[in-house]
Design a binder for this molecule. Structure first.
Ligand SMILES: [Fe+2]
Length: 315
């Protein structure tokens, strides 16, 4: 029986400095977002925390790493250049899977100056750059979706679009028939009420309808900057979804400090999938002169039927 251990974290929000919007770049949502970064976000997101988190992840030696969006803050060209170097430091393209967040798509940027610089971490197994992408590692099929779209002022919504959702449905059906553990990577949480209206995934109802037909074994999210466990309806029972807080955050207001999770997937044959998520949380706040480190925080275990078994039972 095969298995895979992989790490998941989200929303690292790497430092914006030395960038700031220039010239025409002020004529966009970046203007307000820059004010927000200067006023509060800069004091919340600390690169020393991200560095400690990445060290903790590497010490645990995962077989793969997934990051569910928001490396950037204002989607400025310099952020994509520094983000490319940071991703390369995390691991090779084949070892690290990334999906974009709303901050990576805050305002329009030509592909070659923006997301194109991170292509190596968003390629399909056959080398294509497209969404949904599919990467098979052991018994797991990672399916990457792109919900990052520029949204109007005051909103942080996401959208997949009809073509991406149709492609996902085809992919989920095929991967389920092949007996793979289907894990969806998507920045915006999908469960109803998981995030406020202004942060929602606009086509979440359509996506939930697809998942109710095809099933999936797990969804991993970011965006909320909170830890959320929720479940969606699937054809053979509930589909778990796990959302991680920001990987660079100090504890602030009602938002928790940084966390990451190690997820172990085990193929238990006709008994189905055993998925165990061990969440680790930040201890020590560098802003208070403490050394940032990580410790065990929570554990989730899911025992899930395989897609093929569900069909047999319902036949
Ligand atoms: Fe974020």
């Amino acid at each position: 029986m095969s298995h895979l251990r992989f790490a998941h974290f989200s929303d690292p929000h790497l430092p914006l400095e030395p960038d700031k919007p220039r010239g025409w770049q002020w004529l966009s949502k970046r203007c307000l977002s820059y004010a927000s970064w200067r006023r509060k976000r800069r004091a919340i997101h600390d690169p020393a925390i991200t560095q400690a988190l990445v060290s903790d992840v590497k010490r645990a030696m995962p077989e793969h790493i997934v990051v569910t969006g928001d490396i950037a803050n204002l989607a400025l060209p310099g952020e994509f250049q520094r983000g490319a170097a940071w991703l390369a430091g995390l691991g090779a393209g084949a070892a690290v899977s990334y999906v974009p967040g709303n901050h990576d798509a805050l305002a329009f940027l030509p592909h070659e100056q923006g997301l194109g610089l991170w292509d190596a971490h968003m390629r399909d197994d056959d080398g294509r750059v497209m969404f949904p992408y599919c990467r098979i590692r052991g018994p797991v099929a990672f399916i990457g979706l792109n919900s990052g779209v520029p949204s109007p002022l005051g909103l942080a919504t996401g959208r997949l679009g009809a073509a991406q959702i149709a492609g996902l449905e085809t992919l989920l059906s095929a991967l389920g028939q092949r007996g793979l553990c289907r894990i969806i990577l998507l920045h915006h949480p999908v469960a109803a009420g998981a995030v406020p209206w202004r942060k929602r995934l606009a086509d979440a109802p359509t996506l939930r309808a697809v998942l109710a037909r095809t099933g999936a074994e797990l969804l991993l999210h970011g965006h909320a900057h909170r830890g959320i466990y929720a479940a969606l309806a699937g054809p053979g029972g509930l589909i778990p979804t796990l959302t991680m807080p920001s990987a660079s955050a100090r504890r602030h207001g009602r938002y928790p400090q940084a966390r990451w999770q190690m997820i172990a997937v085990e193929d238990q044959g006709t008994s189905g999938w055993r998925i165990e998520a061990c969440v680790r949380t930040l201890t020590g706040d560098p802003a208070l002169g403490q050394r940032p480190d990580f410790a065990a925080f929570a554990r989730y275990v899911f025992l899930l039927p395989k897609a093929a078994e569900i069909k047999v039972r319902s036949a």
